[in-house]
Design a protein around this ligand. Structure first.
Ligand SMILES: NC(=O)c1ccc[n+]([C@@H]2O[C@H](COP(=O)([O-])OP(=O)(O)OC[C@H]3O[C@@H](n4cnc5c(N)ncnc54)[C@H](O)[C@@H]3O)[C@@H](O)[C@H]2O)c1
Length: 264
């Protein structure tokens, strides 16, 4: 079992939502955090909150789509604390829309998901994760660190209508732990650096609270526990996977019993 106390977490999207909840969980349990976010305002607020809890915190303003930003983030963690034990690349966005939308009266397509909306989600949710994880993994190996790379997939990885961009990136997140674990196994590293993913359903963060209220009500009607998952519940799951070194190479769902129907 690993102990969060004294360990170092690098968290992207750490300024808000689930990323911030993980940072708080780490600090509450004696861990140190390096939080990165594209929003300097969110970072400042998160830093103040975590320091008020007595946390050791470093902030890095960073756009995860930029290779040099991700390298700077990983370097900042090593410079400040000498190690990286948890990598949580939780920066992510949604840009929902049907791939093609036929007009209800004419039956002809009147709207399409734009290439820009498709690419932006792929850049942040997929390429951004690859860059964050690659840069942090390099430093973890070179500095002989022990720990976990914990990606974030989603129930959207099963295929949600209106999210061809998002669902595709989240399906990618569910295969990456297998690839990374297999690569580390080949190199004799898998007992020291594990990779896994959590796959939340609908979590009560800005990403979901900003959704169309009617759509959200429809979704909640299908959630057996009858409510959104709390960010703290996802953060606790990440902490539990970190501590339990038998958990590796897989995806751990946390969705209150939600099942998608054939209309996604
Ligand atoms: N909220 C949910 O229901 C839910 C469900 C499943 C998976 N997830 C995943 O969890 C992760 C966090 O989601 P959340 O709900 O906390 O969202 P959120 O919007 O509350 O937080 C995301 C954070 O990422 C930051 N960010 C966005 N683009 C960035 C970039 N290019 N570089 C750096 N930072 C950037 C934002 O500023 C924000 O602080 C996402 O990957 C999301 O897909 C969320």
């Amino acid at each position: 079992m690993l102990d969060i106390n004294g360990s170092v977490a690098v968290i992207t999207g750490g300024g808000g939502g689930i990323g911030f909840a993980i940072a708080r969980h780490w600090v509450e349990n004696g861990g140190k955090v390096v939080i990165a976010d594209i929003s300097e305002e969110l970072l400042k607020k998160a830093e103040a909150d975590l320091k008020a809890m007595g946390g050791e915190v470093v902030t890095v303003a960073c756009n995860v789509t930029q290779e040099e930003d991700c390298a700077r983030l990983a370097d900042a963690a090593i410079e400040a604390f000498g190690q990286i034990n948890l990598v949580a690349p939780f920066a992510g966005i949604i840009k929902d829309g049907m791939m093609v939308s036929p007009d209800r009266e004419t039956g002809k397509v009147t709207r399409k998901m734009s290439l820009g909306d498709f690419k932006l989600v792929v850049d942040i949710n997929l390429t951004g994760v690859f860059l964050t994880v690659r840069e942090c993994a390099e430093r973890m190996i070179n500095h002989n660190c022990r720990g976990l790379i914990c990606l974030v997939s989603s129930t959207g990885s099963m295929g949600t209508a209106g999210q061809i961009n998002y669902s595709s990136t989240k399906a990618a997140m569910s295969v990456m732990p297998r690839v990374i674990t297999a690569e580390f196994f080949r190199r004799g590293l898998a007992d020291k650096i594990r990779c896994a993913a959590v796959a939340p359903g609908y979590v009560g963060t800005d990403m979901v609270k900003n959704m169309n209220q009617k759509a959200l009500d429809r979704i909640l009607a299908d959630v057996p526990i009858g409510r959104l998952v709390e960010p703290e519940e996802v953060a606790t799951l990440v902490g539990d996977i970190y501590k339990n070194e038998a958990l590796a190479g897989d995806v751990y769902f946390i969705h209150g019993g939600l099942r998608l129907g054939s209309k996604g």
